[in-house]
Design a protein around this ligand. Structure first.
Ligand SMILES: [Zn+2]
Ligand SMILES: [Zn+2]
Length: 365
């Protein structure tokens, strides 16, 4: 059996190739027929070369990208069938982080601290079959993979949102421990901003403030339906002044920074926190932060925590939350592309195509 696969070979260079699918799944693993793969900002960062620049060695090219996988289990090794409680034919979402399950960190936390952590979409084509990403017709699943069954009521496109939503649940509920009555500031109005808004609102936040660019302002009505009280324009006015104004000078309890590239948002976020506030940094930055006042963290007893991906809890609860459909998740789907159009999809996602308003894009192989 063969699989078409979109192979990233260099910066802004993707080739559609035909790759042999292994006859059998790996021991303790499975073979997945991909039915949808969502794209997020980090896919554009890989495409544009920003990710390799920001973190050399993270993405060994060439590789098959794609880390928001939805698909049908075609073949399942008996060991995996028992351990994962799945059967061939089951429709599942796949967490991109593969934990070994054996090391000390795996046994003491559900976070991504595994000492031998693997990530789909960052594994080279030269390893085994090379089918380690969602931008292909088939994918190999290794032992240690977290698969979560998808209820029939959920479409493939909706299910693909498990990734941004699972991240948001991990960042806001597990890491920042948002409590009823908290005020939450979300930096960035992309798909992660929408997901964070819904999760903060669902967790009982009394006030949800989101910042975006000038071009994001058209998203305000939809963001409101995801629980946001206010969408600020971070381009035309000072974020800190606006947040202080809204909170009567008190600042917010929690900040989550989803903005990639610039560290300015992180500096603004720190300045928006009340004493003892919690900050989660999620966007991958291009460089160091200028003018970081360490005393502002020390004397105000701030908590600053970086996050990279989700957790078992986050992914499971994301599928549950998507199924409950308390928020209009389906309205986030702005584009759908075929595998051969991945290049165009990524340019739309990165804002390179005039007139397009990307929010959540899905590749359907
Ligand atoms: Zn992502
Ligand atoms: Zn481990």
């Amino acid at each position: 059996m063969k699989s078409r696969a979109a192979v990233t070979v260099g910066d802004r260079e993707i080739e559609l190739r035909t790759v042999a699918v292994p006859d059998r799944p790996p021991r303790g693993g499975a073979l997945l027929r991909v039915t949808a793969n969502g794209l997020c900002g980090s896919d554009y960062d890989l495409y544009s070369g920003h990710l390799r620049e920001a973190s050399p060695g993270l993405v060994p090219l060439p590789l098959v990208s794609g880390h928001e996988m939805v698909g049908v289990l075609e073949r399942v090794d008996p060991e995996a069938a028992e351990k994962w409680a799945v059967s061939p034919g089951d429709r599942v979402v796949v967490d991109p982080a593969v934990r070994c399950g054996q090391c000390l960190d795996c046994r003491s936390t559900t976070d991504n601290r595994c000492r031998d952590l693997l990530r789909y979409s960052t594994m080279p084509l030269s390893r085994g079959s090379g089918l380690w990403g969602g931008n292909a017709e088939y994918m190999e699943l290794l032992p240690g993979t977290l698969v979560v069954p998808v209820p029939d009521a959920l479409s493939d496109e909706d299910a693909a949102l498990y990734n941004p939503l699972g991240n948001a649940i991990h960042w806001l509920v597990t890491v920042a421990a948002v409590r009823p009555g908290d005020s939450v500031l979300i930096l960035g109005a992309g798909q992660r901003g929408f997901a964070c808004s819904a999760v903060a609102h669902n967790a009982g936040a009394a006030r949800v403030i989101v910042t975006g660019l000038e071009r994001d302002q058209v998203k305000a009505p939809l963001l409101a339906r995801f629980g946001a009280d206010t969408l600020l324009d971070a381009e035309s006015a000072d974020t800190v002044a606006q947040v202080m104004d809204l909170t009567g000078g008190a600042g917010v309890d929690v900040v989550v920074d989803t903005v990639p590239g610039t560290a300015t948002s992180t500096r603004d976020g720190l300045a928006c926190l009340r004493r003892g506030g919690r900050m989660v940094v999620a966007g991958i930055k291009s460089g160091a932060m200028d003018g970081l006042d360490i005393n502002a963290i020390t004397l105000r007893e701030l908590v600053v925590r970086g996050v990279f991906g989700s957790s078992t809890f986050g992914v499971r609860r994301a599928v549950q939350m998507l199924t409950e459909a308390r928020y209009p998740f389906a309205e986030l789907h702005s584009h759908r592309f075929a595998l051969e159009d991945l290049d165009e999809a990524l340019r739309v996602l990165g804002g390179e195509v005039p007139g397009e308003r990307p929010l959540h894009l899905t590749i359907v192989p």
